[in-house]
Design a protein around this ligand. Sequence first.
Ligand code: G4P
Ligand code: NA
Ligand code: NA
Length: 190
Amino acid sequence: MKLLEERIIKDGRVEGTDILKVDSFLNHQIDVELFNEIGKEFKRLYADKGITKILTIEASGIGIACIAAQYFNVPVVFAKKTESRNLDQETYESEVYSFTKQKSYIIRVSKRYIQENDKILVIDDFLANGKAALGLKDIIDQAGATLEGIGIVIEKTFQKGGQLLRQDGIRVDSLARVKAMENGQVIFEN
Ligand code: G4P
Ligand code: NA
Ligand code: NA
């Protein structure tokens, strides 16, 4: 997605060789007009899939998922990372390992909000090692629902998440694919 690549070049900041900071439009301040274009693109890609629900994970995925959901006219469900007293007792759970934080955490979704007949689009901001996405896939599998695909805003193709998911036969659509980051410059896949 040209508009997104241009924005990354203009406002993204490279940290070291593997972290891309996009706080000014995606992860802290949110550019709603850009999110609208992102939402429309996900809708274009999945228009014929009969999507009934969008699933994401807190926190950064929620805004993107909600705006995309307005083009699909479906609800958004987000997996919770923290144990909450208010969450239903009956939950699907999956363990996710974070390489960034070097520890595992549990994600949870109430059994009320995913049904066997759901056709689910997973949406998230970044795809790095793919562990969060695999955790969401695990929860969808537990529910007996169908994962139609995973829509990602920024995939870092030099990390192994995309490969891992696609090897599993999962459809992954990334709107920007970063091949490398060298000397503070972002290089995209063609
Ligand atoms: P992964 O295996 O699921 O791909 O994730 P990893 O543990 O490597 O990443 C941990 C967190 O860092 C995730 O957010 C992920 O979206 C984010 N992340 C990974 N690479 C980058 C990057 O280059 N730039 C930015 N800005 N974020 C990155 P999270 O902990 O789930 O946090 P939240 O922001 O969604 O709350
Ligand atoms: Na995220
Ligand atoms: Na994040």
